[in-house]
Every structure is written in structure tokens, then in C-alpha cells.
Design a protein around this ligand. Structure first.
Ligand SMILES: [Zn+2]
Ligand SMILES: [Zn+2]
Length: 134
């Protein structure tokens, strides 16, 4: 893991930006991301733990989420295939609310693995028919 004011890499153009930059200096399109606890994203964050979850999950950075939400902040979703409801942390929930299409998949704690989200995905927000990631 890397600590301190290390650069962050734009996922669109690959440019490495100074930690203090909120948007990519090269393409000006990618707001900063961190891990759920606000720490720097490290390359191995997608490695899986024994419970099937990733070591870390990306979220939009604090200053980006502070700009406001386009969806309600919802903390739990249901996997349609197994019916299990999974709860997530506040920063993940706020990232979905700020940028509903930020994630391509999410974790089901019943199945112990990740499945797609989006219009063709396998998850709805708990208590609704609205697909996660739409
Ligand atoms: Zn860029
Ligand atoms: Zn499941």
C-alpha cells in the first residue's frame, strides 16, 4: 500500500495527477477517487479477501460527493437471484447517489461474490424495483 501525497491515475486517459488536483489535469474529466475510508487507491485494491470482498473499494472523493446527489442515498440492495440484502458503507452509498453508473458490479454477501449492476444487472435497491446502477 502507498501512503502520503502520492499521485492518482485518471481512469479515462491514464494521466498521473498530483494528490491536490480534484480533476484530471490532462483531460479535465475525471474527479478524484479514494478508497471507502478516504485513503489513497492502491493498485492491488481489487484483490479478494477470504470472504470474497475486495481489499478495498473505490469511491468518489469527499469533495466530489459534497457537490450533491442525483439519487437518494440508499444503504442496502437486494440480489435478485438469491434474495439476500447486502448493506454498504456511507461513502459507497453516497458515491452511488452522486454518480449512479460509477460501478460496474457489486458484492452479494449471500453469494459471497460480485455480480453486475446496471439496467441488465442483478440488484435492486432494497424495498424498490429500481435497479442498482441506473
Ligand atoms: Zn484524464
Ligand atoms: Zn446473492
Amino acid at each position: 500500500m502507498r501512503f502520503g501525497p502520492t499521485p492518482w491515475k485518471c481512469s479515462i486517459c491514464g494521466h498521473e495527477n498530483a494528490m491536490a488536483k480534484q480533476y484530471c489535469q490532462e483531460c479535465n474529466s475525471e474527479p478524484r477517487v479514494t478508497l471507502t475510508d478516504g485513503t489513497q487507491v492502491f493498485p492491488e485494491h481489487t484483490d479478494l479477501k477470504s470472504n470474497g470482498q475486495q481489499l478495498g473499494y473505490k469511491v468518489r472523493a469527499d469533495e466530489e460527493r459534497a457537490k450533491g446527489f442525483v439519487r437518494p442515498v440508499r444503504r442496502s440492495y437486494k440480489h435478485l437471484k438469491c434474495g439476500t440484502v447486502t448493506r454498504m458503507g456511507q461513502t459507497l452509498a453516497e458515491t452511488y447517489a452522486r454518480n449512479p453508473k460509477f460501478y460496474s458490479g457489486t458484492f452479494c454477501c449471500g453469494c459471497g461474490t460480485h455480480f453486475p449492476v446496471g439496467a441488465e444487472g442483478e440488484f435492486v435497491w432494497d424495498g424498490s424495483d429500481e435497479r442498482v446502477g441506473t
